[in-house]
Design a binder for this molecule. Sequence first.
Ligand SMILES: C[S@@+](CC[C@H](N)C(=O)[O-])C[C@H]1O[C@@H](n2cnc3c(N)ncnc32)[C@H](O)[C@@H]1O
Ligand code: SF4
Ligand code: SF4
Length: 341
Amino acid sequence: MADKHIYCPNPYILAEIMPFGNVYPCSCGWIRGYSFGNIFEKSYDEIWNGDRAKEFRQKLYDNDFSLCPGCQNLEILQEINDNEPKLVSAPPERILLGLDEYCDVKCIFCRPENYKVNPNLIPKDKEDKLLEILTPWLKNAKYVKTNAVGEVFASKISRDLIKNIALNFPNIKFEIITNGIQCTKENIEQLNLTNRISMMTVSLHAFKEETYNKIVKGGNYKKVIENLYYLSELKKSGQIERFELHYTVTSINYKEMPLMIKFAREIGANIRFLGLDCSRDLEELYKKINIQDKHHPKYNDLVKVVHSKEFVNAKDIVVQGWEYFTGLKKNSFFTYIKNKF
Ligand SMILES: C[S@@+](CC[C@H](N)C(=O)[O-])C[C@H]1O[C@@H](n2cnc3c(N)ncnc32)[C@H](O)[C@@H]1O
Ligand code: SF4
Ligand code: SF4
């Protein structure tokens, strides 16, 4: 009789190619940085079907999630019947590219004033060879998402790379995540992205300009709003498939969440409220603004906001939100494991 296994598709379909060229089969934080290998040191075959990849797939087949301690997907994964572990895989369908962290602004929770962009994420002698190095990774890909660690429209390296991928891989669709400042018609055209965007995500953490300026240092609120109305037209005409706003919730901006829901509806976007990732070394700041923490003096005000009627009536467009901020999802991974095994 066949054994039952929880099946996770990620190590077969997803490659996250991140700073310094490390390849991860899932969100780096969920798997605590378990890398399959480095694209600047090893070939595609050595990484995607090498020992570390096989070990990862074997563990998941054995229902051993010790390499996935931060998983937030486990409760939605399906059980399947399977006799054989599949340790090797066809090339990934989804590539998440986050190789260059250059950005044109400094958001307080991402780039504090003294933050220095690391100039050595891509070895200098490899900069011109990026497309060549990435080609075996891209040959099966349907989607490329970029840039999770910097600003795609502001970085020369990211711009050149996306432009060339779009040119050389006509079947690939793009998922763009941007701060929105340079997300103009001209730039979309210059990067060969016209009619190639399956998902457009714009991070906008405030409804009011004065609040935006407290969070995004060196930003341009008016430009972002102008560009969002342009993207809204693209969405309406079907030139972008999905359109989403990202809003990282802090004590500075939580009161404007309902207003942002209204605005998202107006421009035809969904909205995702993100909790603050406090894993970086910004302790004092995080303590001050991390309203998601139950001990934060404003926590109960946040709970009121996420239970307000604007929120409750917006389940059609809020893709992620209240479950995290109200604690409903806390420890879901561990609860699941405890109940399951
Ligand atoms: C690092 S940015 C890169 C893409 C692009 N520059 C942007 O801002 O959308 C990706 C997302 O991470 C979020 N982010 C950055 N630092 C964060 C933190 N400490 N906690 C939660 N979200 C954060 C940003 O708000 C943004 O939505
Ligand atoms: S962390 Fe969860 S979603 Fe990611 S590979 Fe592991 S089981 Fe799959
Ligand atoms: S725009 Fe994106 S990459 Fe730039 S500082 Fe803000 S969150 Fe970070």
